[in-house]
Design a protein around this ligand. Structure first.
Ligand code: MGD
Ligand code: MGD
Ligand code: SF4
Ligand code: MO
Length: 667
């Protein structure tokens, strides 16, 4: 019997980017564990990824290319074809479109793997060489990214590990226990050392359960709460005027806005009490060091970018940045920017062309209305039919008979069901990759642990072979995955060390903004322009709509899924049980709905069927539709994106998933 251990990195869209240790016995992976030596993730994995072998060896893994033989509006029927046949046919179809207008070819990808190599390294080269349409990758974080760029010049923040030394931690728009486990370890350490933990979230999450206080704001009102905190900081003299004078531009303007937000007004808009506003301001104004773990939950609404700006400015006003354990963290990804090679995807192959850009968050409308039309769609690392907003339109777009769709996947997802060709891709255990992180500041290496299963190929290899089949001969398409990895970073990253140790930590200052030095052109934080914006859909901004659809619905992730990944892993699906809508007892009673009833959340866009859970996790007026189920594994072939809309956030053109009104009735 031969046993070996291989070092890897978790590929999933999660801030933690864990270092993995994979045990292979007789060429089969028998265990995936965390690496205790890796300081940032210290050997602990989440439940999902400890089940990685179950996902990889799943009986339904795609192992051969498949070609569709049924109509798009009929139940999917596929036949097995050879790689040679699939690639020749796909190449011919794409070449014919490219000869007319390459912008009618639309790539669609996101973060199924966060790896730089299996992400865009080779795919980007193909799209650039063809002059295919570009994709605005906005579906998750771009409102927050735009907000941080506008405020601080870059996506930068505190070190996760320094949360352990804070005396106050505000967890703002994040269910960290579910979605950022390794941050939670540090928060818990601070708690044991006497820190106060406060959670700001419409839902009483598992994380809220473990904090000293939970403030259940209405969705999309965080900007108003931040302005109210500023009001109190001003009124009580809790400002660090020296820090503001030296490091903040636009304070006079923001100060004037904040003065219009006394606690009573904030309380009314946010659906909380004025005392909660006052108490939170007192805690924040008088505790040091004070740290804010902001996350993406609060930016998925119309005013999400502005809300992030306002929250991000709070540590400038109290001077919390002076301490290593003070400040704010939304994303650490900007720290990697100087270490990444901008030429990896070979933008030079565009040769001066600027193809049109399509926003992935409005793919439903784009497929139905774009001019010139999208004629071909190549999807990899994403499951848009399940995860993109307003899925009735996304489905309709994918069902166009005149659309040629190729999907690279591990499984027959809702998206693969609507493809013309499905191509089997390798998992993280079968391919090489390198990773950055948006939680910590380490680069990681992933060695392949086993050979590809069946006829699966890495994304890179599929795009290499497709380029060859299309007659593209640039040497850029000959680089191996090893060579791509060697090109991913600047010389400051020691690839040799990365391969043997598995990770390399970036050299980052401990208290990065203790003396200002933000990454804006003048080094000062920018406060001008930030303001509260009400939701598209709320009683205040759309009273007629709210009369018909009086419940705000948010759709945060379920703990045991990762977006729509793992929904088909039975042991994890069994923990989640079934799609649920959580509702407060008062709202259920007002509708005569009982716990366990099969209900539908609906609005003018669609109807999402799920099981009602009458639960104190929901506040009055807000229902929680935990996401993101595969439609075909959900109830009545639906998921929560049946009812979300395609309007975009104030900054970053992101979806406003959590800015959504519905009514709920018996299904
Ligand atoms: N287990 C698990 N982990 C994940 C994921 C997953 O699907 N499952 N997804 C990964 C991905 S892609 C991402 S982007 C990150 C996301 O990481 P986070 O942004 O930390 O995501 P969540 O944990 O869902 O936290 C969002 C929280 O925001 C709350 N929320 C919703 N609307 C509002 C609002 O208007 N204001 C405030 N204050 N809170 C609001 C929700 O109830 C939810 O608890 O997590 C990653 N990690
Ligand atoms: N209503 C609602 N909708 C949401 C959200 C929400 O909170 N509420 N969250 C949003 C967020 S934050 C995000 S990030 C998006 C996520 O949306 P996506 O990035 O589409 O994420 P997943 O649903 O996990 O789908 C990723 C797919 O990539 C595949 N994959 C993984 N690795 C590889 C690989 O190496 N090669 C290939 N070819 N495929 C691979 C997986 O099998 C999986 O099917 O969803 C968004 N949608
Ligand atoms: S999903 Fe997140 S917590 Fe789970 S193993 Fe991957 S990086 Fe770690
Ligand atoms: Mo995300």
């Amino acid at each position: 019997m031969s046993t070996r251990t291989v070092f890897g990195a978790c590929p999933h869209d999660c801030p933690d980017t864990c270092a993995l240790q994979v045990t292979v016995e007789n060429e089969k992976v028998i265990k995936v564990q965390g690496r205790t030596e890796h300081p940032s993730t210290h050997g602990a994995l989440c439940t999902k990824v400890s089940r990685y072998p179950e996902r990889t060896y799943h009986a339904e893994r795609l192992l051969h290319p498949l070609k569709r033989v049924s109509r798009k509006t009929e139940p999917p029927v596929f036949v097995r074809v050879s790689w040679a046949e699939a690639l020749a046919d796909i190449a011919a179809r794409l070449k014919a479109i490219a000869a007319r207008d390459p912008q009618r070819i639309q790539p669609y990808s996101y973060a199924g793997t966060m790896g730089l190599i299996q992400g865009e390294a080779m795919a980007g080269r193909l799209w650039n060489a063809l002059g295919a349409a570009r994709l605005d990758r906005t579906i998750c974080a771009s409102a927050g990214v735009a907000a941080l760029n506008a405020t601080y010049g870059q996506r930068l923040g505190m070190h996760t590990r320094h949360f352990a030394g804070a005396k106050l931690i505000i967890i703002w728009g994040s269910n960290s226990i579910a979605s950022n486990l390794h941050f939670w370890t540090y928060a818990n350490q601070a708690k044991r050392d006497g820190a106060k933990l406060i959670c700001i979230d419409p839902r009483k999450t598992e994380t809220a359960d473990k904090c000293h206080q939970h403030i259940a704001v209405l969705p999309g009102t965080d900007g108003a709460l931040a302005l109210g905190l500023m009001h109190e900081l001003i009124a009580h003299g809790w400002l660090d005027q020296d820090y503001i004078d030296r490091h903040v531009d636009g304070w006079a303007e923001l100060r004037a806005k904040a003065l219009a937000w006394p606690p009573e007004r904030v309380a009314e808009v946010c659906g909380i009490s004025a005392d909660e506003v006052r108490g939170l301001a007192r805690d924040y104004g008088t505790t040091s060091p004070a740290a804010i773990r902001m996350n993406y939950g609060l930016q998925r609404v119309r005013g999400g970018g502005n809300a992030v700006r306002l929250v991000a400015l709070l540590p400038c006003l109290t001077g919390a940045w002076r301490h290593a354990s003070g400040g704010v963290l939304l994303s650490s990804s900007g720290w990697f920017a100087p270490f990444k090679n901008p030429a990896l995807e070979r933008p030079d192959l565009l040769a001066g062309r600027t193809p049109r850009m399509v926003n992935m968050s409005t793919i439903g409308d784009a497929l139905l209305k774009a001019e010139p039309p999208i004629e071909a769609l190549v999807v990899y690392n994403s499951n848009p039919v399940a995860v993109a907003p307003e899925s009735p339109k996304v489905v309709k777009g994918f069902q166009r008979e005149d659309l040629f769709t190729v999907v690279l996947e591990h499984f027959m997802t809702d998206t693969a069901d609507l493809a013309d060709y499905v191509l089997p891709a390798t998992t993280q255990l079968e391919h090489l990759d390198v990773h950055t992180s948006y939680g910590h500041t380490d680069v990681l290496f992933n060695h392949p642990a086993i050979a590809p299963l069946g006829e699966a190929k890495p994304n890179t290899q599929i795009f290499r072979e497709l380029a060859a089949a299309m007659g593209l001969t640039d040497p850029a398409f000959h680089d191996s995955d090893e060579q791509l990895a060697a090109q991913a970073f600047t010389a400051d990253i020691d690839l040799g060390l990365l391969r043997t140790q598995g990770w390399q930590s970036l050299p980052i200052p401990e208290a990065p903004f203790a003396d200002g030095g933000f990454h804006t052109p003048n080094g000062r934080a920018q406060a001008a322009g930030a303001d509260y914006l009400p939701n598209y859909e709320s009683a205040a901004s759309a009273p007629e709509l709210a009369a018909r659809y009086p419940l705000a619905m948010i759709s945060p992730p379920a703990r045991n899924f990762l977006n729509s990944s793992f929904v088909n892993v039975k042991s994890l699906r069994d923990i989640e049980g079934e799609p649920v809508i959580e509702m407060h007892a008062d709202d259920a009673a007002a509708r005569g709905l009982l716990d366990g009833a099969r209900v539908a959340a609906f609005n003018d866009r669609g109807r999402y069927v799920a099981t009602l859970k009458v639960s104190p996790r929901a506040r009055p007026g807000v229902v929680n539709g935990l996401g993101v189920w595969w439609r075909k594994l959900g109830a009545a072939g639906t998921n929560v994106n049946e009812v979300t809309h395609q309007r975009l956030t104030d900054m970053g053109n992101a979806p406003a998933f959590y800015d959504c009104l519905v009514q709920v009735e018996l299904a």
